[in-house]
Design a protein around this ligand. Structure first.
Ligand SMILES: Cc1cc2nc3c(=O)[nH]c(=O)nc-3n(C[C@H](O)[C@H](O)[C@H](O)COP(=O)(O)OP(=O)(O)OC[C@H]3O[C@@H](n4cnc5c(N)ncnc54)[C@H](O)[C@@H]3O)c2cc1C
Length: 381
């Protein structure tokens, strides 16, 4: 059981890494603990249309969004419409996208091992040389490689074991979401965000349509700022929000999703000899809005390319991976994410009155200024 590269986790980051690693001739193995890639769903899939196309996703995986509204707790609204342009945002078909990336990785030559859990790293002289795994119903097995990539998401399994992340995440978003049949959904291409303590303390709630009278209705709450359970707020929004409950009262949940999103900003160090951390495992998501999918794919592609070059030049040292992987991804987002984290900490303390004032202020902006505000949420700080 020897490979050039082992990737722990078959999510967005792990599969993107597998695509470029295999394309660059690495013998690559992705290990996924779940029986099916892309299941269970633990994300809402909100993203940006042109960015997702740019990352190579198929149009049919992206439900287009061309209008957006922010609701205060009392029902005051600010909205922006982009109906005469290309879609502004999108809601991703999460399971479809993971399967699409898995098929691409397989077509490039990657091996994928579902239903197999990585238990621990194998270390030799303090360096990672492989992983110990267990598939259900069989003995544990050691698998070796020249490079190991941790793409295990918020679990950060190997990153933690190698001492690059100490203890549990101290600051993180905890999310609960229904995917529901919504018979009276007024606009299939419009997303709503709900703010305020009454509906999403220290966080926000969202209604993301996915087409054909389906929508994801979710609440994300930031720990440690609030100890509330987001699940309990789903019903509150559906039954009590002055604007939203008009059509969500009739929603029928079909799926329940939940998960954790690290909100501490990028980890100080994401490489060591023979090792790369990527995606949520490396803290590569935007702390401001809890957006991590596009970064997981983008930096997954980078991780696979750099791993291939490192192996081709016979240099899998921390120095090499630092220069060509860590410094490159940090150049692109580190400063923005640090600012985003500070803004997010401030917003998490907003009271309902603060949000009433903020929404009313945003209403006074003309369209161009509102777009500037939206682009800030998008990460252009
Ligand atoms: C409720 C919620 C809503 C969100 N909404 C959005 C959104 O709207 N837009 C957005 O961009 N981002 C959103 N995010 C963030 C986004 O989901 C993550 O940033 C993204 O999934 C990170 O991708 P990843 O591949 O790093 O990790 P993951 O998608 O978590 O993938 C990790 C994979 O590793 C596997 N794994 C874990 N441990 C092991 C092990 N020991 N052995 C083998 N396999 C293992 C897991 O099963 C999983 O398949 C949301 C997050 C949450 C929790």
């Amino acid at each position: 059981m020897n490979y050039d590269i082992i990737i722990v986790g078959g999510g967005f980051a792990g599969l993107a890494t597998a695509i470029t690693a295999s394309r660059n001739n690495l013998d690559c193995l992705v290990i996924e603990k779940e029986k099916e890639l892309g299941y269970p769903v633990h994300t809402s899939g909100g993203s940006w249309y042109s960015e997702m196309l740019h990352l190579g996703l198929d149009k049919n995986l992206l439900h287009p969004i061309n209008s957006i509204a922010f609701h205060s707790p009392s029902g005051d609204v600010v909205s922006a419409s982009f109906k005469d342009q290309d879609p502004y945002g999108c809601i991703i078909d999460v399971r479809g996208t993971i399967q699409f990336l898995a098929m691409k990785a397989a077509q490039e030559g990657a091996h994928i091992l579902p239903n197999t859990k990585v238990l621990s790293p194998i270390l030799e002289n303090g360096e990672i040389v492989g992983v110990n795994t267990k598939s259900s119903g069989s003995e544990s097995k050691n698998i070796f490689s020249k490079i190991v990539v941790d793409a295990s998401g918020s679990l950060s399994l190997i990153t933690r074991r190698l001492g690059l992340k100490e203890g549990k995440w101290q600051r993180y978003g905890i999310g609960a979401e229904y995917e529901a049949y919504v018979p009276k959904l007024p606009d299939e291409n419009h997303v709503d965000f709900i703010l305020g303590e009454r509906f999403a303390p220290a966080g926000y709630a969202w209604i993301f349509p996915t087409g054909k009278n389906r929508a994801r209705i979710g609440v994300g709450i930031i720990r440690p700022d609030s100890k509330e359970n987001p699940f309990k707020y789903l019903e509150v929004i559906m039954q009590q929000h002055p604007n939203i409950s008009k059509y969500l009262k009739h929603a029928v949940p079909i799926e329940y999703h939940h998960g954790i999103f690290p909100c501490e900003g990028p980890l100080p160090k994401t490489v060591s000899n023979r090792f790369i951390s990527v995606g949520d495992a490396a803290g590569q998501g935007s702390p401001l809005v809890g957006e991590g999918i596009r970064y997981a794919i983008q930096f997954g592609y980078l991780a696979g390319e750099v791993a291939a070059k490192a192996i081709a030049t016979d240099d899998v040292s921390e120095d090499y991976l630092m220069q060509f992987y860590e410094e490159k991804w940090k150049e692109q987002i580190e400063t923005n994410f640090k600012i985003a984290l500070e803004i997010q900490k401030r917003l998490a303390r907003h009271s309902d009155d603060d949000w009433e004032r903020k929404i009313s202020m945003l209403k006074a902006l003309d369209f161009d200024k509102l777009v500037v505000f939206l682009n800030k949420l998008k990460g252009e700080l």
